[in-house]
Ligand binder design. Structure first.
Ligand code: FES
Length: 352
């Protein structure tokens, strides 16, 4: 079956899909690697919109593709889409996020592994120099890689990068250790600095969009902070003229992390002796169920977004990353506050 996928910058990807083959598999067979992670209908990262044609949607999680999005807007997950005839669909990203050829695989070594909050670790990996690309690692803020202990295919897991591309080959991650999670178990029980890891990527379509000079609000739930840090760091490094407001929400005080990184960013963005600095970098950390000692904002990121939009004159672009319920509540608050839905960019964090 002929398939045509269009990117946001007008590129058309054309290939054929065999019977019983998913669009994602057929694309890979044609040498086109599309953003995807779990490849089993649970993470939502291969989301697209079907515009014409007949297809069957295989089993998938309603959190990765909500029923109304499927029914009313032609939403599909390409890893679960099996064409029954010619199919056309639009992709929610530009052609730069489509890899020609296979996903790059590199070897890395753990250089730091430290607990930064309850059940949350900071992991740093240094990539071994690539024979062709050299020592660095280049990726876009918002992208992820898959990490895997060598030889253990079934312990593979995708994590967003928290730092920006660099020539030292360094990758930084903030990872929530999940009960029963295989890679979580590996980090908790076995991994040590000096251990090797296989790194697949960079991958993923989440990232900064050029929609004009509006303020950017970066809203994170838990370790959804990682891609937000990457985007904020990128904007500070490149002195992008957007005012930036970052909101991190966690459940309890013991879950708070990332404060040293946020303070460092605020200091870097601040004006220094006559140099105006950036238009502004502000951040808030809010706790949903605080103990007696918490002095910061109380509530959810959606509460802060709602309150912020009541006092802010300009409508910002809103980026949100975290578990699906948090994303849904933030999208609702943003849209109710007058942000067009097309200016809300989201990345769902789902256990695979
Ligand atoms: Fe398709 Fe995860 S890659 S839902």
């Amino acid at each position: 079956h002929p398939v045509t996928l269009s990117t946001t910058d007008g590129e058309a990807l054309e290939f054929c899909c065999g019977s019983g083959q998913s669009v994602l598999e057929a694309a890979a067979e044609a040498g086109v690697t599309l953003p995807a992670s779990c490849r089993q209908g649970t993470c939502g990262s291969c989301h697209a919109t079907a515009t014409s044609g007949e297809y069957r949607l295989g089993a998938h999680s309603p959190q990765a593709l909500p029923p109304d999005e499927r029914r009313d807007r032609g939403g599909v997950l390409l890893c679960r889409t099996f064409p029954r005839g010619p199919l056309t669909a639009t992709l929610p990203y530009d052609g730069s996020r489509v890899l020609r050829g296979a996903i790059p695989v590199r070897e890395g070594v753990i250089t730091a592994l430290e607990e930064v909050a309850e059940e949350t670790v900071r992991l740093e990996v240094r990539l071994e120099p690539d024979p062709e690309e050299g020592p660095g690692c280049q990726f876009e803020p918002g992208q992820f890689v898959e990490l895997q202990p060598p030889g253990e295919e079934d312990v593979k897991r995708a994590y967003s990068l928290a730092n920006t591309g660099n020539w030292d080959g360094l990758m930084e991650f903030f990872i929530r250790l999940r009960p029963g999670g295989r890679f979580s178990g590996h980090l908790r029980e076995r991994a040590r600095p000096g251990d090797p890891l296989v790194v697949r990527g960079p991958q993923g379509a989440f990232g900064l969009s050029e929609t004009g000079l509006r303020p950017r609000w970066l809203v994170a739930g838990g370790t959804g902070l990682a891609p937000m840090l990457a985007m904020a760091r990128h904007m500070v490094e490149w002195q992008e003229p957007h005012p930036v407001r970052l909101v991190l929400g966690v459940n309890g005080e013991a879950d708070v992390f990332g404060l040293p990184e946020l303070r460092a960013l605020a200091a870097e963005a601040a004006p220094v002796s006559g140099v105006p600095g950036l238009p502004g970098f502000e951040y808030d950390v809010c706790v949903w169920r605080p103990g007696a000692g918490w002095r910061g904002p109380v509530g959810t990121p959606a509460d802060l977004v709602r309150a912020g939009l009541e006092t802010e004159a300009a409508r910002p672009d809103v980026y949100v990353c975290g578990p699906p319920p948090l994303i849904d509540s933030v999208v609702e608050a943003a849209v109710e506050g007058g942000v067009p839905e097309g200016n809300v960019f989201r990345e769902r964090f789902l256990p695979t």
